[in-house]
Design a protein around this ligand. Structure first.
Ligand SMILES: Cc1cc2nc3c(=O)[nH]c(=O)nc-3n(C[C@H](O)[C@H](O)[C@H](O)COP(=O)(O)O)c2cc1C
Length: 184
């Protein structure tokens, strides 16, 4: 997949209110065969690049995958990544540990970008799911090798996405016992 990366994308809009997106987003693992166009992917990537980062170091890199063989390879490498085999795209969220050498901040920065992109995906009426990449795992090594990541580029999360072919109810998430005012 090649796209012109040099142009700053024009601002995109969504008719989904931000608080509604946060409340209604669910992990979507089943997709229709309809492809995702590159302009839509760019909008999602731009949302990731808008995430806050510690000291504004912006250590993240995103690897976009649409190639079916690559998606199949990554799907086969982890039990809970089965949905990649029929996803229309995946985004691998990586962090450069030469830009951010504090692992807790590297992961925090990458995860902020991951959640931004999941919300953008929901706002665009697409569906996505966050796939965890454990440090030192076989899947991490597979990502590193398959995507030819340099040694300083750490895969931290993968988003599987497509046009949704499942709908999920909005669960009750209000847990008052987890809210503490002023002190514990
Ligand atoms: C760090 C992290 C790792 C996750 N890894 C996986 C995964 O490997 N496979 C998967 O299907 N879902 C994965 N999920 C999605 C969770 O299962 C999902 O967010 C959770 O069940 C709540 O459902 P919801 O997203 O629909 O609210 C992961 C989520 C997070 C935050």
């Amino acid at each position: 997949m090649t796209t012109d990366k040099t142009k700053e994308p024009t601002a995109s809009t969504s008719n989904v209110d931000v608080l509604m997106a946060i409340r209604h987003r669910r992990s979507i693992r089943r997709y229709t065969p309809e492809p995702i166009d590159n302009a839509t992917l760019t909008t999602i990537l731009q949302a990731g690049l808008c995430a806050p980062t510690a000291m504004n170091r912006r250590p993240f890199h995103f690897v976009v995958i649409k190639d079916k063989d690559t998606l199949a390879t990554l799907s086969a490498g982890k039990k809970y990544a089965w949905m990649l085999s029929h996803a229309q795209a995946a985004i691998v969220i990586c962090g450069d540990n030469t830009v951010e050498d504090r692992p807790e901040h590297l992961y925090a920065d990458c995860f902020a970008a991951t959640q931004n992109m999941l919300l953008a995906i929901h706002g665009l009426h697409l569906g996505g799911v966050w796939l965890g990449v454990s440090q030192g795992s076989e899947w991490s090594a597979l990502l590193q090798e398959t995507l030819r990541l340099p040694a300083n580029i750490i895969p931290t999360a993968v988003i599987s996405l497509g046009h949704p072919s499942e709908e999920k109810p909005i669960p009750s998430t209000w847990e008052p016992e987890k809210i503490h005012y002023e002190a514990w």
